[in-house]
Design a protein around this ligand. Sequence first.
Ligand code: SF4
Length: 286
Amino acid sequence: MSASRICIGGSVIETEPVAQRCRANKAASARRSILPVSFLGNAEAIRITLGTLKSAKRVRQNACSRSASVSPLSTPAAQTSSPIVDALRERSLGTLTDKYRSIGTVANLAVFDRLGTLPTHNFQCSTFDDAEALSGETLTESHFSRRHGCASCTIRCERLFRSLRGEEQRLEYETLFALGPLCEIRDPETVLEAARLCDLYGMDTISTGGTLAWAMECGERGLLPETRQLGLGFGRPEGILAAIPLIAAREGIGALLAEGSRRAALDVGGESVLGHAREGHGAAGL
Ligand code: SF4
C-alpha cells in the first residue's frame, strides 16, 4: 500500500503505508498471552470524565435551589448577540466542521482508515479492507434518511439512515466503527440492524461492539467455545445479530457478555489486561 495524503483542517498530512503495520499488529497480537479487553469510546470518555470529576469532588447529588431563579435569557444583554457567540457561530459554519455538516460524524470512518487509525478486528488492525462500503459517504448515498442535531446547533452532525427494511436508524461514528470494522462487519444493513437492536434493548453501542469483538477474538483463541455454536466470529452478521438479544436477556453466552469485556475477561483468564483502555481511534496505527 502506498503512502497517501489527507487534508484535515487545511493541513496536509502524509500518512505512512499501514498494511505492514497492520500485519505487525496482528503478529504482535498473536503473541499476546491476553486479549485487549477494556474498552473506552469517546462518548463514554465524556460520561466517565464527568462521573470521575464528581467523584473526585465528592459530589453525591445534583441539586438546585427553589429560592434562586436562573434564567440565562432573562436579561436584555443575554438576548443580544455577543462577539464570542458570533465568532463561534461563524467557526461552526467554517471548513473545519464541513464534514460533520455535510456527512455527519460517520465521515470519520474513511478519514481514520486513511490515517491508519481505524480500530479493526478487535484492535488488531488499524485499517479496514471494506472501509469504503461502510464509509459515511457511501452510507449517505445509499441509506440517507435525515439530518439531525442537538438543539440550536448549527452543525447538526447526527444522521439517520434508512435500512432496506424501511426502518430509520441513528448512526454516529462510534456506533459505526464498534459494530462495523471492530467486528469486521462489512455490510451496512447488518450495522444498522445491530444498532437498532442495541437501541431497542437500551444497550450502549460502543460497549456492545467492543465486548462482541473481544468475544470474537476469544473464540478465535479457543477461550470461548460458545461463540462457535452461536456463529459469533469476525465478519459474521448472523452471530452479532444473534448475540445482542442474548446479551439483553442474559441468556447463554449473553449472561457473560452482559457483564462487559472487562468483567468477562476475569472469567476467561484476562486479568492482566484490565488496565488497557481502547478508544475510537486505533492507537496501533499511530
Ligand atoms: S449536533 Fe450536537 S453533537 Fe453534533 S456538533 Fe452539534 S452539539 Fe455537537
